[in-house]
Ligand binder design. Structure first.
Ligand code: MG
Length: 387
């Protein structure tokens, strides 16, 4: 079916890595996509440039002070602010799709409200599923909205499954680059700096996710995300280290056949697929030249060296509010590591200590999850201070 008008999109987190790439795609295909609203936390200089370039109807700034400054520029656009403002930008009546790309737990509520408003979601904010996967997916089913993954691994799996029945899936295999410290000895990890950890071998991403990649927590969060998104039990979700980041993930079917999705590691691929699904647009990625790649290798993840991955498995097994607590503690610990308050190896320690103390509860609403997450952040900060 051909769309009669360009797809009207809301971009939440427009000044982050995914947001900027989304806007690049919108600029490449002005006949296919119209940017209706954009939202950012506080980077108003970039937001101003984006407003001038894309002329959205609405722009939202989470930080009130930053919003005030932006309003003084007298741009021809309505500037909203605060949580309410971001939610309005996520739920505009005319929007066809919301690109959910706010980093961290702050992205949960706007994503959920967009689903409640019946918007299809291009989902980059994995925290929405990690923290409240059951409620988020139930609401999406109720409203008949599509949640199309932007996370490269989940996009790969989504593309390989291609609408097939869950019963035909033997398992899914998430690939992980292994991050900046794949080949480092465990004894060296105590001394690594944020600068070392931010040197990702293949992908260019935001700071938080690059650290998560180095601890393998990112892969753990992605296992939880995949569990909810594809409705598969933990035993059907494998993780394999693939240092070249060419195979973005795989699906093994019941007949023993495995499908993989491959491309250069470039987020514009999965972003564009989510925006244009089920169509594929031309010239998004540089095609792979197999003889230049030469080899693709796979190995088992070392959970002893990267124990955060094991914590994520534990959190999913325990269920209820535990994944939200894992995520909250990790956000605090990663921030503390980036600010050089704790060493790299203490990221695991902070998350593990908090999980030990937390008794998982069943949650009934998004607000409940957010409350537990906020409380967990306060407690995680106490653990950071005691480190
Ligand atoms: Mg990913």
């Amino acid at each position: 079916m051909k769309a009669k008008h360009p797809k009207r999109i809301a971009v939440l987190g427009s000044t982050g890595s995914i947001g900027k790439n989304t806007l690049k795609i919108a600029a490449m295909y002005p006949d296919k996509f119209k940017v209706l609203s954009i939202a950012a936390r506080s980077s108003i200089n970039l937001l101003e440039a984006q407003i001038r370039a894309f002329k959205p109807k609405v722009a939202a700034v989470f930080d009130e002070e930053a919003a005030k400054k932006l309003r003084k520029k007298n741009l021809c656009v309505e500037i909203l602010s605060g949580n309410e403002g971001v939610i309005r930008a996520a739920t505009l009546k005319d929007a066809d799709m919301v690109v959910s790309a706010i980093v961290g737990s702050a992205g949960l509520m706007p994503t959920f409200e967009a689903i409640r408003a019946g918007k299809d979601i291009a989902l980059a904010t994995k925290e929405a599923l990690v923290m409240a996967g059951e409620i988020v997916m139930a609401e999406a089913r109720k409203k008949g909205v599509k949640i199309i993954p932007v996370d490269s691994e989940h996009s790969a799996i989504f593309q390989c499954i291609n609408g097939r029945d869950t019963e035909e899936i033997q398992k899914i295999i998430l690939t992980a680059s292994g991050g900046a410290f794949l080949r480092k000895d465990v004894s060296e990890l105590k001394k690594v700096t944020p600068e070392d950890a931010l040197k990702h071998p293949n992908w260019s991403m935001g700071r938080k996710i690059t650290i998560d990649s180095a601890t393998l927590m990112n892969k753990g969060l992605e296992v939880i995300e995949a569990h909810y998104l594809f409705n598969l039990p933990l035993k059907k979700i494998d993780v394999v280290i693939h240092p070249q980041s060419i195979v973005h993930s795989m699906v093994e079917f019941v007949d023993g056949s495995i499908l993989a999705q491959m491309s250069e590691p470039d987020m514009r691929g999965p972003i564009c697929y989510a925006l244009s699904y089920p169509a594929r647009l031309k010239k998004v990625l540089k095609p792979l030249r197999m003889p230049e790649i030469k080899e693709l290798t796979f190995e088992k993840p070392d959970i002893k060296k990267f124990p955060c991955l094991g914590l994520a498995y534990d959190a999913l097994r325990e269920g209820g509010t535990m994944p939200a607590v894992l995520n909250a503690a990790n956000e605090v610990a990663v921030e503390a590591f980036l600010n050089k308050r704790i060493p790299f190896t203490k990221v695991y320690y902070v998350v593990a200590r908090l999980m030990e103390k937390h008794r998982p509860l069943k949650y009934g609403s998004i607000n409940e999850v957010i409350e537990i997450s906020n409380l967990a952040k306060v407690k995680a900060e106490e653990i950071v201070r005691s480190c």
